[in-house]
Design a protein around this ligand. Sequence first.
Ligand code: ATP
Ligand code: MG
Length: 446
Amino acid sequence: MIRKFISRVFSGKKARPGQHEPAVIPVSTHGITRDRISSGSRRVCETLQENGHKAYVVGGAVRDLLIGAEPKDFDVATDATPEEVRRAFRRSRIIGRRFQIVHVMMGQEQIEVTTFRGQLGEDTKKDEHGRVLHDNVFGSQMEDAARRDFTANALYYDPTTEAIVDYHHGVGDLKARTLRMIGEPRARYREDPVRLLRAVRLAAKLGLSIDPEAKRPIREMAVLLENVPAARLFDEMLKLLTSGHSVKCITQLRDEGLHHGLLPMLDVILEQPMGEKFVMLALANTDDRISRGKGTSPGFLFACLLWHEVLAHWEKMKADGEAKIPALFQAMDTVLDVQGEKLAITRRIAGDIKDIWLLQPRFEQRAGKRPYSLLEQPRFRAGYDFLLLRAESGEVDRELGEWWTRFQSVDGEERAQMLLPEQAGDKKRRRRRKKPSNAGSAPAAE
Ligand code: ATP
Ligand code: MG
């Protein structure tokens, strides 16, 4: 009895959940050999360990390998301070002011190295809704594990021993295809409402089901997203849209009532049959591109998501007597301004979005030299892909899309024969355009 007591005191075991010794799962059980880890992150771990530190590959990479998916990147967690990490690698720099992380370059690879984070204390700064504002204390590996969101994301892989250190039964949960929150889900969502979106995105992307405890509060806590900085929401939305499973993600967001605070216009758009068809086609198209290893541009994606809102404003402006192109400019600005309050679309992406939208009326002009000059536009390809989605969704005539497909594939005489006759008024319009005008060249995005 006394011996038992002493051993408990000296092993430091406590009964609180998450405060116990971790399971150390050998490679013979989990099967992930070190050659599955990127060579850069392996070398980072080895070097830190040679310097007397703990260092593991952590988070999404371990989870993805266990589930048989290709990891996007390999992050490292360590007990070395950012300054110690920086000193250990010549090509490294400290990023961030509050919670510093270190970017280490290994060949072409950039590895993100994070020092273990500590427990949130009584004095942790939070806003009035309970969202954690400052998160800058270092801690032990155990504390670091407890600070992560889902059990499947709190796994530490040691490339030297090839063992996985698992504090929260993450390997078991992954095997059972469950996404389980570490700790009390409501409290964890309040600390950081982005976790609501992460739950949906990771479940959709990895084919996991969200544990009922974590799923239940989502709908009622969705309103907390309104309080998240727009730049963070934008980053998370972009991750979601480019996850390769965007259709599933958006469908699930709607089912959970999460799309309200997120893309204010998506509410409206998804409720209009034409808008929904267009958005879903665009997302399916993006998922398909990603599954074939092709890139997607954020500008194209957001241009799709917001297009029907632009159309609605554009129609209204024209009905109010505004000329076609100035009306389009005003509609674009209105939509991007309203959207920007919730979602910080970066300036560069806003510029790309506008380029794609502004090309659309030009596809209708199929006479004279104009189709030829449209072909030469640097953004022609994106504009044309966008046009095809519009045609497929039934917003414009299929014939218009087919005409442009053919116009690109033929040349010379045949191309010239495709041109439509000049309409009365075309010449007048062209003469007017000779005057300096900014129509067609997007002004700097706000
Ligand atoms: P992805 O496949 O999109 O990269 P990920 O889980 O790796 O998914 P990251 O944003 O790269 O996502 O985060 C890396 C790790 O950091 C996560 O696995 C998790 O352990 C932790 N983490 C990220 N965001 C949060 C959060 N909001 N709350 C708690 N832990 C988080
Ligand atoms: Mg990651």
